[in-house]
Design a protein around this ligand. Sequence first.
Ligand code: OOG
Ligand code: MG
Length: 261
Amino acid sequence: MDQNLVKELAAYTHTAEKEKREIVKITAELYKGLTIEDAYLIQEEVVKQKLAEGRKIIGPKMGITSEAKMKQMHVEDPIYGYVFDNMVVNEGDSISMDDYIHPKAEPEIGFILSKDLEGPDVTALDVLRATEYVFPAIEIIDSRYENFNFTLPDVIADNTSAAGAVFGTNLKRPDSLELEVVGVTLSINGEIQALGAGAAVLGHPANSVARLANMLSKKGEKVKAGQPILSGGITAAVKLSRGDFVSAKYGGLGDISFFVK
Ligand code: OOG
Ligand code: MG
């Protein structure tokens, strides 16, 4: 793919993100033949542009790792993107609807590794052996595309809709839990809107982190120790509105919450 086009399409999604403005998906008109490989080149360019603007990568995220998400978004394969410093929301804090286009929240299980993981043959067992802590998280996604309408390459080129992340501080050792049977409810104003269990994420959330390591190895990168890693939405994402109190409650991993103003 032409390097100028990569830059242009990266600026297309990145500018929409900064201006909190909806755009038409790339594959509708601008570049109908966008492939997944092209899309990751665009994502890399988005990352470069953000770093050049002084943003910092906090950690990687996996997406489209559960059946609930595949069905909701009409796409079928796991993808990765990055959470940046300006996306982090502290537990119990408020976000403002003004900072987003049409945000949604999804409960996830986070990982922190004590050693780097390098693909291409990383297994869930390798991930669990390298995991220092797991923690509860809520991801705030905000596709820059109209109505969250996208193909897989479109959403990859949009840094997988990354817009916010609440990392819970209730850290647990991975061997103190059976992550696949950790249940979670996501509530808005005290009413359960979505529920699931860790197994929804590729059978076990550690499979998702293994997949991340194996995908990153294609570009010679590793999953790094110390970074919080989002393993992907367990349930469908829930639309947010002003005045919402959003809380996720996990079996054995505690609760996290935030407000929407
Ligand atoms: C894409 C991001 C998916 C997840 O956890 O599945 C994602 C989207 O749904 O807009 O972060
Ligand atoms: Mg997510």
